[in-house]
Ligand binder design. Structure first.
Ligand SMILES: NC(=O)c1ccc[n+]([C@@H]2O[C@H](COP(=O)([O-])OP(=O)(O)OC[C@H]3O[C@@H](n4cnc5c(N)ncnc54)[C@H](O)[C@@H]3O)[C@@H](O)[C@H]2O)c1
Length: 358
């Protein structure tokens, strides 16, 4: 198979490409605009394979998309390109509307034109796999509640609202035009090559520098954490074996409060860097004012993908978080390169306005 992966220079997209190149005989075309979040160094050697190609293209650019479909003749699309950071969507929603909604619409139209012109066999085999988030469901009330594939949408942030819109567009293109689509909604990912604006890499890198570890509010928000390589395996299973028109929820059965996650990272750093002048690292924890509209709890019921496709996560939270911390300690060059001027500027904008809280 030839798979067109949008957003392949991002955190999850790069893990998907590393999986395709490292564990299958398929080819991957990485289509990415290379925003601040795109980093070709995250491909970690996969880019040297003859089965890999890169196209620097914006998913809002219809002409460029049509050219890519025409030149590469993919058998499937895995659509991960998105603006993905909730805090950025609050300070500046327009890029989220542009890429997540208009970009997905433009990609759907380009894919539909290409797919309609394929011969019958290829048209039947073609897949458009849209990668989405559990944040489209809003937050859960009861401590035992779980998001299923039929939970109604109730997004809270500009990010999750734009992802919800794109999910609706994909389902409409399937119902109206017959485009063979699949949708997956996944919980919070963590692992190697995660851009350090997100909680876990932010905490690791701040702790290494002896800087405060900012926790929103009390840190009691619950997320269901999934190791990114488990997610990449799940996505590949869905695009190759999933039933057309279906939605699959993907989760790690690892519900943790943010404060527990931060304490785990601190404990690992204490163990791996016993000489660190910042140990014990949990002394660096600083509570700051919460994000507006912050959902309290997300948790996924992943029984459908387990039952129907035989996927389940291989990493526990303990094994995955250890691998993650070790990866950041072992890859200082990757870290140094992503910590560019624009990233520093963003950190200042986001955190300088937050007051310390008790
Ligand atoms: N990170 C998570 O925990 C998580 C969980 C569930 C679902 N998701 C979804 O998975 C997908 C990937 O998330 P991620 O964390 O890897 O995101 P990311 O921000 O790390 O990467 C996004 C990638 O998309 C590219 N991109 C952005 N705008 C583009 C455009 N207009 N045209 C082409 N490329 C563009 C960026 O350059 C970047 O390489 C997103 O759709 C996100 O909504 C993420």
């Amino acid at each position: 198979m030839k798979i067109l992966v949008t957003g392949g220079a991002g955190f999850i997209g790069s893990a998907v490409i590393r999986h395709i190149i490292g564990n299958t005989d398929d080819s991957a075309i990485n289509l990415d605009k290379l925003t601040y979040a795109g980093n070709l160094e995250s491909l970690q050697g996969a880019e040297r394979s003859p089965r890999y190609a890169f196209e620097r293209v914006d998913i809002c650019d219809r002409v460029a998309l049509d050219r890519v479909f025409h030149e590469h003749q993919p058998d499937a699309v895995m659509h991960l390109a998105a603006e993905s950071h909730v805090d950025r969507s609050i300070t500046g929603p327009s890029d989220f509307i542009e890429t997540n909604i208009i970009g997905t619409y433009t990609l759907l139209e380009s894919a539909r034109a290409y797919w309609s012109a394929l011969d019958e066999e290829k048209r039947g085999a073609f897949r458009f796999h849209h990668i989405s988030t559990d944040e489209v469901y809003g937050d859960l009330e009861g401590p035992e509640d779980l998001f299923t594939e039929t939970t109604p949408y109730a997004p809270s942030s500009p990010y999750s609202a734009s992802k919800a819109s794109s999910d609706h567009l994909v389902r409409a293109w399937a119902r109206t035009y017959g485009l063979p689509t699949l949708v997956t909604n996944c919980s919070n990912n963590y692992g190697p090559c995660h851009f350090p604006e997100k909680l876990i890499p932010l905490i690791i890198l701040n702790a290494l520098e002896g800087n405060p570890l900012p926790i929103y509010g009390k840190g009691d928000q619950v997320r269901d954490w999934l190791y990114v390589e488990d997610h990449a395996r799940a996505l590949y299973k869905v695009v190759t074996e999933g039933a057309v028109g279906q939605t699959y929820n993907i989760g790690g059965h690892n519900e943790k409060q943010n404060i527990e996650v931060v304490r785990s990272v601190c404990a690992l750093l204490d163990e791996l860097l016993p000489e660190s002048p910042s140990a014990p690292h949990f002394n660096l924890i600083t509570h700051v004012s919460d994000r507006p509209g912050h959902d309290l709890r997300y948790a996924i019921d992943a029984s459908k993908i387990q039952r129907e496709l035989g996927w389940r996560p291989e990493e526990t939270f303990d094994s995955g978080i250890r691998k993650t911390v070790e990866w950041y300690l072992g890859n200082p060059e990757w870290v140094a390169h992503v910590k560019s001027g624009s990233y520093q500027q963003w950190l200042n904008t986001n955190y300088s306005t937050r007051k310390e809280s008790a």
